[in-house]
Design a protein around this ligand. Structure first.
Ligand code: PMT
Length: 222
């Protein structure tokens, strides 16, 4: 029933944090609430897309008209994305994926005995880089969370990961980034830079989806 800019286009979005278990009750995670990723998936569905959201642990309900796949760790998110990616036209990586996980997760709760404890960490797979590698034809959008040098770092990420667009947000200040209801985005691609002014994440996601749809269709005509 939807008529929109992304009618019939298949959009895969990641959102939320990942949780890397240390033992059965503890883990490494970050402050992503999922609000931005869920809003992007919902906006894609509103625009007529067939939207799939791969989400890390959040307290948010599944967005309307979005098939939501729940995962916990970065490796699970990687596997879920790889299982869906061949059936997607656009990928938007909004999740705050843990770059590292404990080498081992203890099978039982670690007891408070030692004075010092060292956590040995190993790199997690880079989901976005693997998406771009496996599907060079997909329209790939990455997010960048930075505390400074937003544009330069976003542009470096665009090139390093072979992306079509990077949506960069400043983190660590009120009204933008992690947890907040609002955000500000800088869209960086090979044509230039566009600033999306501070707005509620729901409104901003609709504008972002519009910008992505325009670029995606323009690319098809090129
Ligand atoms: O969830 P909210 O509370 O609403 O907060 C939204 C947000 C701040 C989390 C979101 O807007 C955001 O910026 N998401 C990306 C956060 C991040 O982890 O950025 P990064 O610079 O570490 O990663 C860059 C890109 O690579 C991202 O698209 C990320 O999904 C992807 N990535 C990172 C690491 C990894 N192992 N695999 C990845 O795919």
């Amino acid at each position: 029933f939807a008529t929109g800019e992304l009618d019939g286009v298949r959009v895969l979005v990641t959102g939320g944090p990942t949780w890397e278990a240390i033992d059965p009750v503890r883990g490494l995670t970050n402050r992503s609430s999922g609000k931005m990723g869920y809003a992007v998936a919902a906006a894609a569905a509103e625009a007529g897309a067939r939207a799939v959201l791969v989400s890390g642990p959040t307290t948010l309900p599944d967005p309307d008209r979005v098939r939501t796949v729940r995962v916990v760790s970065a490796r699970e998110m990687h596997d879920a994305v790889m299982a869906e990616i061949d059936a997607a036209d656009i990928f938007v990586g909004v999740a705050a994926v843990a770059d590292y996980r404990p080498v081992e997760s203890a099978p039982r709760k670690i007891k408070k005995e030692a004075e010092r404890l060292t956590l040995d960490l190993v790199r997690n797979p880079d989901i976005l880089a693997d998406v771009a590698k496996r599907r060079p034809d997909i329209y790939a959008v990455g997010f960048a969370a930075e505390t400074e040098d937003l544009e330069a770092r976003a542009r470096a990420k665009l090139e390093a990961k072979g992306l079509d667009l990077v949506a960069a947000n400043l983190v660590g200040r009120p009204g933008s980034g992690f947890e907040a209801d609002t955000n500000t985005l800088l869209l960086v691609d090979r044509r230039g830079t566009t600033e999306l002014a501070q707005a509620h994440k729901t409104a901003l996601a609709r504008i972002l989806i519009h910008e992505i749809a325009q670029r995606y269709h323009a690319q098809g005509r090129a």
